[in-house]
Write a protein that binds this ligand. Structure first.
Ligand code: ASP
Length: 452
């Protein structure tokens, strides 16, 4: 008999939005005896115009804080849980708990407390439905009095509690400070709880179930039917997330990464799809490349470039430092700094410099007396990410040939020393086309050649 691998499974809000989704979740859990520790989010949207339970709870708290009546929103929440429970033929009734929550809100309960109740109630419901014991995250996810998450303490408490259990449901998104006050992670934080539980129980795999079949090579709004990435390394995923790909909460990677536990992004609505496996760079799985030279393309608009020009700049001692001090004094951090012998450019987010533009430019003029110093708006950054680039020659050539054919002007190129990514600066208007061209050259043409 094959050995059963212990797995922690986290289900997002859309995977638990109604009774039909709960049924899919149970079928997934029952299909693999290794799926023993379950972390749910709060019920999410059932359709595009729906409201997440978490947002309804934030609304209740806001109304309560303003001394206004919030009973209508609380009733909508009650009905949603009741409807799920009734359709699943279980006895769970949130009425009493919601009365307590309502009373706390009237006494001035915090936003974090309010928001956390979505996961709390959903955890109780799911534990009833699965027949798994419930473990309140407030008892095992620890924050200090200042609201900072405490890893060591959390691991100790969680390990102690869960090691005695065969299986459990642990609600995502929140924990508690030493005085019992509820604290939440930032939005989407159930991903972090899942990662913590996986590490605490020393799971062989952290499965993160959502509503897409994995991480996509490119944004599907730009490239319809973009391919799914089979395997991505933690480092690559960080690069892609930083540049705008949204899959997993950024902080969810660290706990499992440190323990060498892979993450598998799976689709609740298509459970037979293998999804995306997120692995360590030195693992055997990371050697099985996706079949494409690149792993993914991501990018963001909304940057600007400060172009500084001065003859003999590179011979001037401390030039760079003086320019960067001006940014530092204004509390601005930059993204990239391409330079030439007489020129230097700083690429930074528009948001960071808004309202400070003149102060920064005159600060630079005063600090280094440049021949020219100007700001250019409307810049996009595009990252082509792929561990396969390290062993393949000509990747950069293919990217820039594709862009040249499309008559797209490249304003900046930056290849990180890890050879894991190539960052390209473009004008905003060229961004989407550039993504499509790069996708075509590395993915569409390869797939087409395979099918011919
Ligand atoms: N329910 C919370 C949110 O909507 C946390 C989560 O789903 O992970 O952000």
């Amino acid at each position: 008999m094959a050995t059963v691998q212990l797995k922690t499974v986290k289900f997002g809000g859309s995977s638990l939005a109604d009774a039909a989704q709960f049924q899919k979740v149970r079928a997934i859990i029952e299909a693999d005896p290794g799926r023993r520790f379950v972390v749910p989010s709060a019920p999410g949207k059932r359709h595009a115009k729906d409201t997440k339970i978490t947002d309804l709870l934030y609304r209740c708290q806001k109304l309560a804080a303003e001394g206004l009546d919030f009973s209508e929103s609380l009733e909508i929440i009650r009905e949603r849980y009741l409807e799920i429970a009734k359709s699943l033929s279980i006895r769970f009734d949130p009425t009493e708990e919601l009365e307590k929550i309502g009373a706390h809100l009237k006494e001035g309960a915090t936003k974090d407390y309010a928001a956390s109740r979505g996961e709390y109630l959903n955890g109780l419901l799911l534990s009833d439905y699965l027949g798994f014991p419930f473990v309140d995250a407030a008892e095992v996810v620890c924050f200090n009095a200042a609201g900072v998450f405490q890893m060591e303490e959390t691991m100790q408490k969680m390990r102690k509690r869960l090691s005695e259990m065969e299986c459990a449901v642990i609600p995502g998104f929140y924990g508690a400070a030493p005085d019992g006050d509820i604290i939440t992670f930032s939005r989407g934080g159930s991903d972090i709880t899942g990662s913590l539980v996986a590490r605490a129980v020393r799971a062989a795999m952290y499965e993160n179930w959502t509503d897409v079949s994995g991480v996509l090579v490119a944004d599907p709004r730009i490239v319809p039917n973009a391919a799914v990435i089979n395997t991505v390394t933690y480092e690559e995923l960080r690069e892609l997330s930083y540049m705008g790909a949204t899959v997993l909460h950024e902080d969810a990677i660290f706990p499992v990464r440190a323990a060498g536990i892979p993450i598998n992004i799976r689709n609740t609505n298509d459970p037979s799809a293998p999804g995306t496996l997120i692995v360590a760079d030195d693992s055997a799985e990371s050697d099985t490349l996706t079949g494409y030279t690149i792993t993914g393309i991501a990018g963001k608009k909304g940057f600007c470039a400060i172009n500084i020009q001065k003859a003999m700049m590179n011979a001037e001692l401390g030039f760079c430092r003086r320019v960067l001090s001006v940014l530092e004094e204004n509390g601005i951090s930059f993204e990239h700094m391409p330079s030439g012998i007489d020129t230097m450019t700083l690429i930074l987010p528009e948001d960071a410099i808004r309202g400070k533009e003149q102060t920064v430019l005159s600060g630079i003029r005063k600090a280094v007396s440049p021949d020219r110093c100007e700001i250019e708006h409307g810049i996009s950054l595009l990252a082509v990410v792929g561990r396969g680039m390290r062993r393949t020659r000509g990747t950069a050539a293919r990217i820039f040939a594709a862009l040249a054919h499309a008559r797209i002007n490249v304003k900046m190129i930056d290849q990180g020393s890890s050879e894991l990514n190539i960052i390209i600066g473009l004008l905003d208007g060229d961004f989407e086309e550039a993504v499509r061209r790069i996708y075509d050259i590395f993915i569409t043409s390869v797939t087409a050649a395979e099918t011919n």
